[in-house]
Write a protein that binds this ligand. Structure first.
Ligand code: ADP
Ligand code: ADP
Ligand code: ZN
Length: 214
């Protein structure tokens, strides 16, 4: 099962992708998580990516595509995978289509988690992230058991630097300019499915399961 999660920053892609990965036993591949892990470990890639991420801009396609192609070529991806945060531009989508075509494969589902801009700023300012294990929470909609402490690993949870309102506005405009055209791209490939991302998390997941099958 090969799945792409589409949607604005904060739409709930990561939240849903984690549940999809658990239920269908496929890896969850988040480019944002990969970049953040590289930043934490002080790698060359991390240094380069951070400059863009802090601005709310996209990391250049050259730094992003190879990384994902290498990841999906690994053994654990043989049964499928769920991509979260990739592709984010038309050239990235084309690189993915071409790489899979070469081995006689194709993506099967592009799930657009649809949330209007009005809801996004609230979602982002309430998001808390664990930079140790990648878990995400929301202070109102999905709080940690103990304030500021990750349920999964016990590390501190933080408001990501790029989730502050100024940067969120910039990320939203980048989304509309560069990522939203992918909705049409995947509609034309006949794999686009849309879910209403304003519903509670569990309801969104039920809608996704209805698409993917039990
Ligand atoms: P969100 O889940 O809120 O959309 P992500 O964790 O996916 O945020 O991404 C955080 C940042 O990482 C993005 O704003 C961008 O700078 C960078 N990034 C992640 N994925 C990509 C990608 N496929 N192409 C370019 N930049 C990316
Ligand atoms: P994305 O990966 O698209 O950037 P996340 O999955 O990290 O989005 O979700 C953004 C924030 O909104 C998180 O704080 C998350 O807990 C919260 N959230 C996710 N889905 C919902 C939902 N259906 N209703 C309310 N809050 C949600
Ligand atoms: Zn954690």
């Amino acid at each position: 099962m090969k799945i792409i999660m589409l949607g604005a920053p904060g739409a709930g892609k990561g939240t849903q992708a984690k549940q999809i990965a658990a239920k269908y036993e496929i890896p969850h591949i988040s480019t944002g998580d990969i970049f953040r892990a590289n930043i934490k470990n002080g790698t060359e890639l991390g240094k380069k990516a951070k400059a863009y991420m802090d601005q709310g801009a996209l990391v250049p396609d050259e730094l992003t595509c190879d990384l994902v192609m290498d990841r999906i070529a690994q053994d654990d991806c043989a049964k499928g995978f769920v991509l979260d945060g990739f592709p984010r531009t038309i050239p990235q989508a084309e690189a993915l289509t071409n790489a899979l075509n070469k081995i006689g494969q194709a993506m099967e589902y592009a799930i657009d988690v649809d949330v209007p801009d009005e809801n996004i700023v609230n979602r982002m300012s309430g998001r808390r992230a664990c930079l140790n294990c990648g878990a995400t929470y929301h202070i109102v909609f999905n709080p940690t058991k103990e304030e500021g402490v990750c349920d999964a690993c016990g590390n501190q949870t933080v408001l990501r630097e790029d989730d502050k309102p100024e940067t969120v506005q910039k990320r939203l405009s980048v989304y509309h300019e560069q990522t939203q055209p992918l909705i049409n791209y995947y509609k034309e490939q006949n794999i686009l499915r849309t879910v209403d991302g304003t519903k509670p998390m569990d309801d969104v997941f039920s809608d996704i399961v209805a698409i993917l099958g039990e």
